[in-house]
Design a protein around this ligand. Sequence first.
Ligand code: AVJ
Length: 322
Amino acid sequence: SSDRFSLTRRLPADHQAEALRSDVLKGLTGRPKTLPPKWFYDGRGSELFERITRLPEYYPTRAEHAILRERAGEIAEAAGAATLVELGSGSSRKTRLLLDALTARGTLRLYAPLDVSEDALVAAGGALTADYPGLTVAAAVTDYEVDLTLPGEAPRLVAFLGGTLGNLDDAGRRAFYAALRPQLGPGDGLLLGADLVKPADVVVPAYDDAEGVTAAFNKNVLHVLNRELGAGFDPDAFDHRALWNARESRIEMRLCSRRAQTVPVPALDLTVDFERGEELRTEISVKFHRDGLTAELARAGFDVRHWWTDEGGRFALLLATP
Ligand code: AVJ
């Protein structure tokens, strides 16, 4: 089966280290202080995220899974893809529902997962080549914000699941669509998972669970900075916050400094001052309305052909074509 698995490293060896340094320098010297959510996901962060997906309050994963279970056949039928490209594939667990449907239709030859985590790609690739005998897996270590070159032959289905689209602000989503659109031609499709706007008393607990798993996930980014940059953060000196920003239609996760403090970041020759109560924004998670998302995709040259939701109307999967 190893002859059906390949892994390409598209990022230079030092890319991630350099990206972390420049993100942290920019984010901790800006106002308000911010950090990009991609740095949550070291080994411990990925485990905490897996636990989040099983929390009673965190509905998106279950809702998307339910849609995929229900609609994978329709998706495969509409896409007729020879190549499935998955952006931010992670463990590729949900992907199996798509792979089952696409291989059952007999069109799929190549699965191309793209992810920043080489470990996740190797683990997923090994299991998938074993379980799907006719399938070739061509994995690529990359960051979709750096290199979104699509591998494989048309017709392609590009899947961006889990609601990760919501981590991008307006400009980020525009850049994402603009990088993707010219690579897609007739017959290709974009399968997007998007979390939908809902009452604050439902969406806030999803990001501030009773068990405190999301709080640990949020603070984990400070452990990452301590380890990778020799930073001196005391995670206990920050409180986890999840806020619904209605104007921007998004959840914002923040870390709130419990006291005035100065944190050294030796690898950047930097010290960072926090006032008591000052917040560091670590993630945005945009929630969408059907009309707004359809319109922004239209402006980017995509036609939304299918819109599927779970029973509770909490989450949407859409299939758009160029
Ligand atoms: C993986 C980006 C979709 O925004 O819901 C979960 C990450 N953050 N709990 C999300 C997350 C806090 C998640 N995404």
